[in-house]
Design a protein around this ligand. Structure first.
Ligand code: PEP
Length: 269
């Protein structure tokens, strides 16, 4: 049985308006009041709506996250948002290394590592996203790719900051496509990530680090993924824009917390 508290994040991407963002945050806050003690829940709206969403979430036990953060503390970096600006408006988490930023903003593992270290030093929690493309999976390189992204993303991150970090395994081909990894494939990737954390740090840290899955998770497929030992929650894109759907995923994560079983077909570590 796992002792890791589940972690569910809603990545709203470049969606919502001021009105729909605050409405969505208010509805999720209302309907997760009973869940926040058994599941860490973070909402990640677009930057301009962070202060308004912070207002809606105040005192409700949910966390507020940004979808990215600068690796620089301040200065002439047009268009960037610093970690201290995020904490200033009430954010306590940042997603870093999302595949859409790797792809559309040419983010590299080096740049991602700089962001991770800046965010952790600024007391933000980090959701570090890693995942392979379909071509990499078809070529049989999925595990090698994600472990390389993990090692690079965590370079020079000390063990005592790792409690602020959640790893999100997000196969690129599953994001926004309606395709999900099979529970056994996802579980195998999570098992390898945890094993690598043990190599990089130690067994205790590997056991306590949350590793969540992202890629077309929704209320209908969440139970089979979140029911797998080693899958500690989800990073949710499309389904996080519908409060009922997102709250259902959070409630499944909270329920699964006490009753994890290894998935059929997955070799024991
Ligand atoms: C994501 O953006 O991290 C994600 C998992 O998106 P979706 O749930 O829409 O696939």
């Amino acid at each position: 049985m796992t002792t890791r508290m589940p972690f569910v994040g809603g990545n709203w991407k470049m969606n919502t308006t001021m009105a729909t963002a605050t409405e969505l945050a208010a509805a999720i806050r209302r309907d997760t009041a009973d869940l926040v003690r058994s599941c860490d829940i973070v909402l990640c709206p677009p930057f301009p709506y962070l202060p308004a969403v912070a207002g809606e979430l105040a005192g409700g036990g949910l966390m507020l996250g940004a979808q990215d953060v600068s690796s620089e503390p301040d200065g002439a970096f047009t268009g960037q948002v610093s970690a201290s600006m995020l904490t200033d408006v009430g954010a306590n988490v940042s997603i870093i290394g999302h595949s859409e930023r790797r792809r559309y903003n040419a983010e590299t593992d080096d740049g991602i590592n700089n962001k991770v270290r800046m965010a952790l030093d600024s007391a933000l929690w980090v959701v570090l996203c890693i995942g392979e493309t379909l071509e990499q999976r078809k070529a049989g390189n999925a595990i090698e790719v994600i472990l390389q992204q993990l090692r690079h993303g965590l370079m020079d991150v000390p063990a005592d900051q790792m409690r602020q970090l959640v790893v999100a395994y997000e196969p690129v081909w599953a994001i926004g496509t309606g395709m999900t990894a099979t529970p056994a494939d996802a579980q195998e990737a999570h098992r390898m990530i945890r094993f690598e954390l043990k190599t990089l740090y130690d067994g205790g840290l590997a056991d306590s680090t949350r590793i969540i899955y992202g890629g077309s998770m929704n209320a209908s497929n969440a139970a089979e993924l979140l029911g797998c030992e080693g899958i500690d929650g989800g990073l949710i894109g499309g389904a996080s824009l519908k409060s009922d759907e997102f709250v259902k995923i959070c409630s499944i994560a909270a329920e699964q917390y006490q009753s994890k079983q290894p998935c059929e077909g997955t070799p024991a570590p």
